[in-house]
Design a protein around this ligand. Structure first.
Ligand code: NDP
Length: 284
């Protein structure tokens, strides 16, 4: 049996389940979940992300609206656009593709989205609820990672987990989700002095740094579970933060790059859109 957790396969399964659920919701509520995505400017990477999200929504039978705004849009105008979507009963999920141009304050944008429609799970209320262990919309990448861990059927409770990286979109929320599952969690970052020592003690390692092959075979305890979030371009290849080829045989489970955490993110975004749909429709 392979010890590689395929995000490609797992995400297909999630999309299939989401599609089935959307059908049920259509019958029950007479409408399907509707995600509105705002893209400011025409950065090619951002455009390709939002296009992928839109395609995934449509394939799942959801409604998706892409709202494109000129890079010259003012902060006030963008906040007004968000407010319009907040008040639109036909919109269940709102996502503003980040980064926004420098003249716009990212925090103001995140704060402006109704937290009940916040499919990215970046709103301070959703983050606070996550930290409090209350029901919340969880950020897609960390939630997708938890789905990958669950797919191994390994009980996380009591396991030692090391999260390398402390960003608001990956490191911190994934640490909270691991804690919620009763792992004993350590968060490492660029000032951590004894990374190898910490890694060698860990049953689970989540690497979310953005440095190619920084987790090497000599840092991994035999039988550990390794989740590689990193996406790094080396020449014309995409590689993760983990030296996959050499760590693979030592780990009980490991995620590849590409085809690992990446595909889980959009699939999980679809799951989040179903969640926000239910909150919006049942809150009326
Ligand atoms: P950030 O740049 O926001 O955070 C990187 C973190 O790594 C920081 O907390 C930083 O520490 C830490 N770090 C840097 N150098 C070291 C080091 N030598 N040892 C230990 N920790 C270190 O990145 P993101 O969290 O946004 O993303 C991380 C990676 O995951 C990137 O490669 C990104 O492309 C990828 N990613 C992939 C996604 C997917 O869907 N597959 C989604 C999101 C991200 P400090 O805080 O001290 O600076």
């Amino acid at each position: 049996m392979s010890n590689v957790i395929s995000g490609k396969e797992l995400s297909k399964e999630i999309r299939k389940n989401v599609k089935k659920r959307v059908e049920e919701l259509k019958n029950e509520y007479g409408k399907s979940p509707h995600l509105a995505v705002i893209l400011v400017g025409d950065d090619p990477a951002s455009l390709s992300y939002v296009t992928a999200k839109e395609r995934a929504c449509l394939r799942a039978g959801m409604k998706s609206t892409l709202i494109r705004k000129e890079i010259s849009i003012t902060e006030t105008e963008l906040l007004q656009e968000i407010e319009k979507l907040n008040n639109d009963n036909g919109v269940h999920g709102i996502l503003v593709q980040l980064p926004v141009p420098k003249h716009i304050n990212t925090n103001k944008v995140i704060d402006a989205i109704d937290y009940r429609k916040d499919v990215d799970g970046f709103h301070p209320l959703n983050i606070a609820y996550l930290h409090m262990g209350r029901k919340a919309i969880y950020p897609a990448t960390p939630k997708g990672i938890m789905t990958m861990l669950a797919s191994t059927k390994v009980d996380i409770e009591g396991k030692s987990a090391l999260v390398i990286g402390r960003s608001n979109i990956v490191g911190k929320p994934v640490a909270m989700l691991l804690l919620k599952e009763n792992a004993t969690v350590t968060i490492a970052h660029s000032r951590t002095r004894n990374l190898k020592e910490l890694a060698l003690q860990s049953d689970i390692i989540v690497a979310a740094v953005g440095r190619p092959n920084m987790v090497t075979e000599d840092m991994v305890k035999p039988g550990a579970i390794i989740i590689d979030v990193g996406v790094n371009r080396v020449g014309d290849k995409l590689v993760g933060d983990v030296d996959f080829d050499n760590v693979k045989d030592k780990a009980a489970f490991i995620t590849p790059v590409p085809g690992g955490v990446g595909p889980m993110t959009i699939a999980t975004l679809l799951e989040n859109t179903i969640e926000t749909f239910l909150v919006c429709e049942n809150d009326k």
